[in-house]
Design a protein around this ligand. Sequence first.
Ligand SMILES: NC(=O)C1=CN([C@@H]2O[C@H](COP(=O)(O)OP(=O)(O)OC[C@H]3O[C@@H](n4cnc5c(N)ncnc54)[C@H](O)[C@@H]3O)[C@@H](O)[C@H]2O)C=CC1
Ligand SMILES: O=C(O)CCC(=O)C(=O)O
Length: 455
Amino acid sequence: MTVTSEHATLPPELIGTFDEIRRRDPAEPYFHQAVRELLESLAPVLTQRPDLAASRIVERIVEPERQIIFRVPWQDDSGTIHINRGFRVEFNSALGPYKGGLRFHPSVNLDTVKFLGFEQVFKNALTGLNIGGAKGGSDFDPKGRSPSEIMRFCQSFMTELHRHLGEHTDVPAGDIGVGEREIGYLFGQYRRLTNRWEAGVLTGKGLGWGGSPVRKEATGYGNVLFAAEMLRARGEDLDGQQVLVSGSGNVAIYAIEKAQQLGAHVLTCSDSGGYVVDEKGIDLALLQQVKEVERGRLADYAQRRGSSATHVPGGRVWDVPGDVALPSATQNEIDADAARTLVGNGIRAVSEGANMPTTPDAVRVLREAGVAFGPGKAANAGGVATSLLEMRQNATREPWGFEYTEQRLAEIMGDIHSACAATAARYDVPGDYVTGANIAGLERVADAMLAQGLV
Ligand SMILES: NC(=O)C1=CN([C@@H]2O[C@H](COP(=O)(O)OP(=O)(O)OC[C@H]3O[C@@H](n4cnc5c(N)ncnc54)[C@H](O)[C@@H]3O)[C@@H](O)[C@H]2O)C=CC1
Ligand SMILES: O=C(O)CCC(=O)C(=O)O
C-alpha cells in the first residue's frame, strides 16, 4: 500500500479499507466522498474501541447488504416506449427495516443511490429510533411529464420493486422528484399487486389515507430546529437573522416557513434555473402557489412578487450576504469557493437540509473559520424520524394531531443535537457536530451488528 497525500486525513488503520472501496467500485465518486467523510472522523473511537477493528465492523458497514437494479419500461402519452433504470440499495438493517427515500432525477445512478443509502444508515441511527438505512430511485426525469405519464412510470417502477418491500422489510419514502402524489401512485400499485392494505410500507402518504401530520414539513422544520439549537449553544437565536435558503422544493419550502415562524428574515431560494433574492423576505404563500400548486419556475415568482424580488438566472445564493445558510437543494452545492464567500460575508451557521450539499473542502473552510456546521445526517434527520412516527400511527391505527406530532419532532431534533454535542465533547472536539454525528451514528449501528453475530 502506498500512502499518498490523499490519505493524509484518514486514520492510518483505515487507509487500506478506503483503497479497497475505490478499487472495487472505481466509478462511484459520491460514495467515496461520503465514506471518506465518515472514516475521517473515526480515529478517536477506534483508539477507545479495539473491538471494532477486531470485528472488522467498518469494513462490513461500508458494504451494502443488498443492491437491486431493475428495468422500468413505460409508455408516454403519445405511445412512445421509454426504458429507465430503477435502483434500491438496502444498506443496513441492523437497527430495523430498511428505510429511506426514492429519488426521481435524470442524474440518478448507482453511485448517487449508494452514497445516499450510506448516509441514511447513520442518520437513521442518530434518530434513536429502530430503522435501518436504504435509498432508491430512478434516472426518470419527471420534468415536463403529464400526471398520467408520472402515474404510469410509478406503476411500472413499483411492479418490480414491490417484491422487495414490506412494512417489516423495506419502507421507502420521497426525495427529489418524489412527493405525496408519487407516493400515492406507488402505494396504489403496491396494494393492487399484493392485495394488502399495508399502510406502513411507504411513508409520506396523504393525510386522508394513512399519512402523518408534519411529515411534509418535517425535514425543513427539523433542519431549522437543529440550526436554532446550534445557535443556542453559542448564546444566539434565529430571531432577526438573515437566512439564505437554496432549493424551492419540499425541504426548502418548510425550512423557510419554520425560519420565518422563529423570526428570521429569509432572503433567498433557488431552482435549477437560478435563484431569487427577495429584500422583503420570501413570500411563502406565493412560493407555494408557484412551486407546489403550479409546479412552475422561480422566475415566475419574481415576476409576480414585484420590485422587492430579483431573479438571477444561473449563479448561486451563496453570493448573497447572510447570517445563516440552509442548503436544501442537492449534493455538492456549496464548494470551497462558495464557502469562502459565505465566510467573507460573515456567515455564522450552516445547517444541511439537503444530503451532502457541502463539499469536503468547503466543510474545512467553514470549520476552520469557526462557523457552526450541522451535517445533514443530523440536521435533516427530522424527515425520516417523522416517517417513523407515521409508521407508528399506521401500526396502532391511531392518528395523531399536528401539534402533538410537531412536539415529538422538536424533541427528537433536540435529542439529536444533544447526542452529537455530547459525543463531540466526549471525544475532545467540543462543538464539532461532524465528528459527533459520525461517531454517535456509527457506534449505535456497530453495537447492534456486534450483538447480532457475524452480519
Ligand atoms: N424530502 C425529504 O424528506 C428529505 C430530503 N432530503 C434532501 O433534501 C434535498 C431536497 O429534497 P426535496 O426538497 O425533497 O426535493 P424536491 O424535489 O422537493 O426539491 C428539490 C429542489 O432542489 C432543486 N434541485 C434539484 N437538483 C438540482 C440541481 N442539480 N441543481 C439545482 N437545483 C436542484 C430543485 O429545483 C428543487 O427546488 C435533497 O438533497 C434530498 O436528498 C433530506 C432529508 C429528507
Ligand atoms: O422518510 C424517509 O424514509 C427518508 C427520508 C430521506 O430520504 C432522507 O432522510 O434523506
